[in-house]
Design a protein around this ligand. Structure first.
Ligand SMILES: NC(=O)c1ccc[n+]([C@@H]2O[C@H](COP(=O)([O-])OP(=O)(O)OC[C@H]3O[C@@H](n4cnc5c(N)ncnc54)[C@H](OP(=O)(O)O)[C@@H]3O)[C@@H](O)[C@H]2O)c1
Length: 326
């Protein structure tokens, strides 16, 4: 089978597609024919050796897939060949076939296509966990989403709206902001051309935002914190800009603001029941049309490294997917 391989940590352009032997599932694993594999920001960091997880070399990147079960390990009870599944894999997704831990698979919901299935779980679970469990976002509150046209950003807009918030989307181009409006943002801020803090204050009548959802970091975090209302909450999601901001803590004291870390992956181990409830909520919102992942581009396996490069280069809108078996 063909797989994208990272043979040495380094430039994304060094990734290669090669024929390798089909993997054999262990007792609690599934072998899945990959129909779609979503590209996520950590894929780009991982192949460059810049991520906290450094898989042994060579490895195939790709953490989030959908596909059809080909074979199952001896101890697998809930899946059989032919089942359509979504799975989180950490690595291995950008390949024609992928090994999946059966505990990390879930059935592809009825009515959901493979591309949507691959693009749903990581970003939407992160945003629901962040906004509900960590940020305690309430209906009627104002939510500001930074990097709002990116993968987690789009999901935060949709979930914020589904939870009844007024959503202000902030991104770096008018083109990206047009997409944010299309998925439901009430207001937009172009932080390349407008002053983020002043514009949030203007849009909230001077009160400030109740919650800021921040997957970007870098130069955007501090002005966003300065535009938080009394008891406003900053949700620290990630640092796509590459720089971890250092915030003066008097900004928290002065308005009883909270700076809250969000780590969805580990939260599922600490609160598996809460995670299942969140998945149910997402399925219900999908079934009723409240959320709809935006898949903006599709790549064949031969161009998977271009897909990874475009997320590293700030070019992606919503989610992009690799279709290894097309
Ligand atoms: N904490 C968690 O549990 C969790 C879960 C999932 C993801 N994350 C993290 O969330 C972050 C965003 O993930 P994502 O999948 O949404 O990525 P994404 O689709 O690439 O979106 C990130 C956004 O960041 C902005 N950005 C600003 N400076 C950038 C730069 N120098 N390079 C790239 N992007 C830049 C871009 O928007 P503009 O051009 O509009 O500024 C981009 O759309 C990543 O750091 C990821 O690791 C965290």
């Amino acid at each position: 089978m063909k797989a994208l391989l990272c043979e040495a940590y380094g430039p994304i352009d060094n990734l290669v597609v090669k024929d390798i032997p089909s993997p054999v599932p262990g007792p609690k694993q599934l072998l899945v024919e990959v129909k779609a594999a979503a590209v996520n920001f950590p894929d780009a960091l991982m192949v460059q050796g810049l991520y906290q997880v450094k898989p042994p070399l060579p490895f195939t990147p790709g953490a989030e897939i959908s596909g059809i079960v080909k074979t199952v390990g001896a101890e697998v009870k809930h899946y059989k060949a032919g089942d359509r599944v979504i799975a989180l894999t950490s690595t291995g997704g950008f390949a024609e076939e992928c090994i999946v831990e059966s505990a990390k698979a879930m059935p592809l919901p009825t009515g959901m296509d493979f591309e949507t299935g691959a693009a749903l779980v990581l970003t939407y679970c992160t945003s629901l966990h962040g906004l509900k469990d960590c940020g305690h976002l309430k209906a009627g509150e104002t939510l500001v989403v930074l990097g709002a046209a990116g993968g987690v950003g789009i999901s935060a807009i949709e979930i914020g709206k589904a939870m009844g918030a007024r959503v202000i989307a902030a991104a770096s181009s008018d083109d990206k902001l047009a997409l944010c409006r299309k998925v439901g943002a009430d207001e937009t801020v172009n932080y390349s051309t407008e002053n983020l803090k002043d514009r949030i204050n203007e849009l909230t009548g001077g009160k400030g935002a109740d919650v800021v959802y921040d997957p970007v970091g870098g130069p955007y975090t501090e002005p966003a914190v300065r535009a938080l209302a009394w008891r406003g909450r900053l949700l620290i999601i990630g640092f796509a800009a590459g720089e971890i901001p250092k915030i003066p803590l008097n900004l928290a004291l002065l308005k009883e603001r909270s700076l809250i870390g969000v780590y969805w992956g580990d939260s599922t181990k600490h609160d598996p029941t809460g995670h299942l409830a969140n998945l149910h909520q997402l399925h219900e919102w999908f079934a009723t049309g409240r959320i709809r992942p935006v898949v903006s581009e599709r790549f064949p396996l031969s161009a998977a490294k271009d897909a990874i490069a475009s997320i590293a280069n700030r070019q992606v809108k919503g989610k992009i997917v690799v279709l290894p078996n097309d």
